[in-house]
Structure formats: C-alpha cells, structure tokens
Design a binder for this molecule. Sequence first.
Ligand SMILES: [Ca+2]
Length: 566
Amino acid sequence: MRHSPFSPTGSLLIFVLVAFGSGGRAADAIVEPGPGADIRVNSIGFVPASTKVATVRDSVTQFRILRLGGAKEVEVLAGDAGKPVETAATDTAETVRIIDFSRVTDPGRYAIEAGTSERSAPFTIARDVWDAPFRVVTRAMYLWRCGTAVSGEWNGVTFTHPACHLDDAWLDHAGGGHVRRASTGGWHDAGDYNKYVVNAGVTVGLMLKAFEQFPEHVRDIDLGIPESGNATPDLLDEVRWELEWLFTMQLEDGRVYHKVSSPDFRYWGAPEKDTDPRFFAPWGTTATAHFTAMMACAARVFRPYDAAFADRCLHAAELSWDCLQTHPEQVEPDQHAFHTGAYSSPDASPRLWAAAELWETTGGKNYLRDFERRAAAIHFSDNGPGWGDVTDLGLGTYLLSKHATEAGDPRDARLVRHLRSDLFTHAANIVATGLRNPHGRPLGDSRKTWSWGANGNVAAQTFQLHVADRLQPDPRYRETAQLALGYLFGRNYHGRSYVTGLGANPPLHPHDRRGEPAWPGYLVGGPWPDGRGWVDEMASYERNEIAINWNAALIYAIAPFVEPKK
Ligand SMILES: [Ca+2]
C-alpha cells in the first residue's frame, strides 16, 4: 500500500489498514523527533541560473561556500545568514535561518560551511545536474516490473531478481470460477507486489504528461532498460510495460477489473518466491474510467512511434468509454475477499479525465461536450493530481489543448477563462507558500498538508506550476518547482534526501518487500503528522513506503529540469 488515506478534498476514504506482515514491530504510532540537521540543502544541487538557498539552525549566523574538487578547497562566497525565522508548531517547531548563495553560478562541486565546523553534504552546480536523478528515478519503474527478470546496477551494487508472479491471476473472486486469466506484467504497486488499475492512472498519466510537456528534455534519455537503443524513447517504453498489463485487465465489453492482488499483505520477501495466489477483483467504473483515460492519452503520445500500438490503445479506450456510457452510475467492485489496497475513490474525476484525453486525441465533439459538462463546477486542487483525484490531469489537457489554435477554438470560452483563472490562483498560492516556508515546501506547513504520502503531493503539485507556466510563462513557477525538489532532496528538517540511492544520507530502510540494500530511485512517503515526523525504518509503512504514484510525480517534477539533448 502507499498513499494518503485522505482524498485531495479532505474527505476520509474508507481504507483498509492492515497489520504489518514482516514480523517487525508494529508500525510506529508516535515518532520522537531527533534534533534537526544543522545545514539543510538540496543535496543534488542546482542548475547555474537558479535561486540557491539553504536552511540552517538558529545558532548559525555566518556561512561560507567552498568549491571542492581541486587540489585545495576554495572559498567562493562568505556571508551572513538571514534573520531568525520561527517555524510553525505544525511544521518543525524551531528557529532557523535562511542562507542565500544564488550568486554562485560556476559549474562545480560545492559544500556549505557554517560556523567553524559544520559542513553540508557536497552538492553540484551544473546544467545537467538533474539528468542522473531523472534516470535513476525513472529506471526505478523498470526495477518494479512484474512477471519478468530485472537487473540494474547502482553505486557498485547490482539489484536483480528473477521473473516473478508468473501465475497471475485467478478469476475466483471476479465471477470466473477457479480459472486462470493471463495477467502477468505491469509494475508492482509499492512496497507490496499487487497491481491496481486505479493507482496506475495517475502514475501513467504523469509519466505521459512528462513526455508530452517536456519532450526535448526526456526523449533522448537512455534509461538502461531492455528497450534502450530501439526507436522508441525509453520513458515511453517503460510506460508501455504497464499499458500491456492494463490490456489484460479489460473485458471484451469494455469493463475493467479493479486489481490483481493477493488476498492480504502477509507475504514478505523476494518477489520470485511469492507463491501466494493472486486474484482479479471484480470490475468497477473507477478503474474503467482510469483505463479509458490512460489508453486515450497513450494513443496520442505513442502515435509517432508505433501507429499500430496507438490504434490498439485508442480502440481499447473507446470500448471502455462506451461501457461507461451504459453505466453512468458508480459501480463499486466487491472487494470483501481482499485485505490489500482498496483504492476506493469516486469515478467522477477519472471520467472527466477520460473525456479530456479522448477529445484531445480524436477531436470528437461528444467528448468535448461531456468534459465541459463535468468541468462546469470544477476547480484545480492544491495538492496536484493523486490516485484518488485526477481532475488536474483532465483540466491540464483541456487548457493546453492543441485543438485551440489561432484559426479557431472549439472550447467554451467562458469555461476556459474560469479554469485559467482558477489555475493561476492556485499556482500563485503555491508560489507564495513555497517562498514563505522556511524549507521551501510549496505544500506549506499547516496540519492538513501532512499526510501519508505527502512527499508525493510535494512532487505532484509541480504539475499546477508547469501547466500555468505553459499558459503564461513566469520564472517564479519554475523556481518554486525547484524549491519542491530541494525539499525532497535534503532541504528539510532531517537534512536528508527522501529518495533512495540519491543525494545525501538517503533512506536505507524503506518499506519494500524486496529488502535491503535499498533499491535505488524511490521517493518515500515522508514526514507526518508534522515536518519532524519521519523515521528511516522499514516497519514505518506510513512514512517510509515507496509507491509508483509518488515516483511518477517525482519523474514529472524532475523532467523539465533535465538538460535538453542536442
Ligand atoms: Ca527505447
């Protein structure tokens, strides 16, 4: 399992919280915060022209920036820390100061020295500083592949396992009797090995948006996956691995099974040794709508690379769209046989997203009418797209539509004005919050911003910023998006990267059934109920689990800062 038990609108979803099955101690109820780190800085680094800030403890009043790597360390900047700032009681409850070293722009390796002895982890200033993190975080999706052997090397360690879960899956609980229907492939969802269509939605959605919005940045990145070197960009190859599994979830009449899952979370160990039987859950309209949206979007993005595959995606999307029209009511899958992730959420937002993607791909007026009817009283979220609410993805597609040209715009002009204005209001709020927060966390510091998987929200809300930036460019949007990355990679209370294998002092004990050493490139859920509340412990699934939806948000968040290739 992964993710916040709260929907983006704040309503509590019915959630199946399960006993931790590894034999470790029960998940932590209370996290006793240790002292915060002295120097908290984005430990990946900065592109040369960006704002460069770090957060230090109150006792630090002066700082020096040292250039590393030569025969002798060189001081390139010395300065005073800013005035003391009190952080909120719902954040980190302390006094900190901000240091600004934006004037340092020469490419190189640096560290911050504060006072006489404390020194930060080293970090890099370079145009391509985000290229390697993008590769590692995206290749992490490949390392999540189910139904095949995977292997990847990082920092001198090879992470590998043989093919797993080759019996997926049984139809017993989906009305098919004890019959196997082929459903191998796809990604493991999170720290567990199950496969959920609903969580695939925002994951595939954000990865396709990363490609569609920033093609010159990500198109030529070699991920070191089996499909590297073929004619298709690796990011799309990786998405296709999930899409191929999703096809197996669709019935002949367009209904889509909700998930493939073991009955519970009991198994803990290597994926290829997992012999618990895995079953289809019955179909539901939420999964069907997510499927429709993903396939409709994929049909458009894959078209230049594989027209036959694009046709397959579009046909699948249209079939499920037709099914949804004959089921305007919410159909909830019966999941009583399962104690794994329920991913119960309303079908309204994926239906809206599906309409947007089908319209964008086909230009069909019926899809546009359906979308505009659904979007009439809708607004963007504060948190960015999440598994339980993909409204933002649909609104983004509509506002950035290629069907709107100088020659004509088929959209409802009033609705476009309303949604643009709503987006700019949200984006301005995210910018203001990121600037105000002492660690640059654009999600802010109030109690409601801390939840299970909040790190994923910090990454996902950059979607709002980049859609706004494309409609009305403003350098503050990109600056704030970089603040979000800075927070996730070390400018936080713990002074640690929250991404395995990357940056300074990253998590070593994520909640991941594959075990340790920690597989690389995974964003952990992060602190809550406040900014201090994180522990690097495997048992802490509420704070230290990994999940495809959070990684996809991070892939999206990093993509625009990858250096464009020639
Ligand atoms: Ca490729």
